[in-house]
Design a protein around this ligand. Structure first.
Ligand SMILES: [Zn+2]
Length: 182
């Protein structure tokens, strides 16, 4: 899971939960150059999408994990973990945007009951799975792919009796003669 948020016109915050570590990167860009500073904190696994607040003393990142609650202060000159919960009463909340992690492999993507369901998020439910890039969907023995090539869109049908691949228009399986339902 990785998220980003624009702090201002030329600063971007990127956070990512890698196993029990939360990596926080602050990327500053100005014409012609890009700088980034990062920090990694042991937080445990996130149980919710972290929240970011804009306060008079900088930005406060709130992380909720299976180990508790963590607050991280993000200022122009650095990233530091706070030992006490800051006052966030009048703070403005900023929204995170989900991004594709560079470190997360396909196999790590799984459906998490705590996370809100988003149609674009790769997920697996029973024998049905869906992922993006390229868009593909699999339901039982039927699969569908939508990639850059439009012609690759396929729907395959299989005999429910013997598993032989059949045409969508076939009424009977060519291998065992089973009557096909469409
Ligand atoms: Zn058959």
């Amino acid at each position: 899971m990785a998220y980003k948020v624009n702090l201002n016109a030329n600063q971007q915050l990127i956070i990512e939960n890698r196993d029990i570590q939360t990596s926080i990167s602050l990327v500053s860009s100005s014409p012609g150059q890009q700088q980034s500073q990062g920090s990694s904190i042991t937080t445990g696994h996130w149980t919710a999408i972290p929240q970011l607040f804009k306060t008079s003393s900088g930005f406060i990142l709130e992380i909720e994990s299976d180990r508790g609650q963590y607050f991280v202060q993000i200022q122009a000159n650095g990233i530091q973990t706070l030992t006490t919960a800051p006052l966030l009463d009048n703070a403005q909340q900023l929204g995170f945007e989900e991004i594709h992690s560079t470190a997360t492999s396909q196999s790590k993507m799984e459906f998490e009951p705590m996370a809100p369901m988003k149609p674009m998020k790769p997920m697996t439910m029973g024998n049905m799975s869906m992922s993006t890039n390229p868009m593909s969907m699999r339901m039982g023995n039927m699969s569908m792919q939508m990639g850059e090539e439009v012609k690759s869109t396929t729907t395959r049908h299989f005999c429910t009796q013997c598993g032989q691949e059949v045409e969508a228009s076939d009424r009977f399986c060519g291998s065992c003669g089973h009557q096909l339902k469409h």
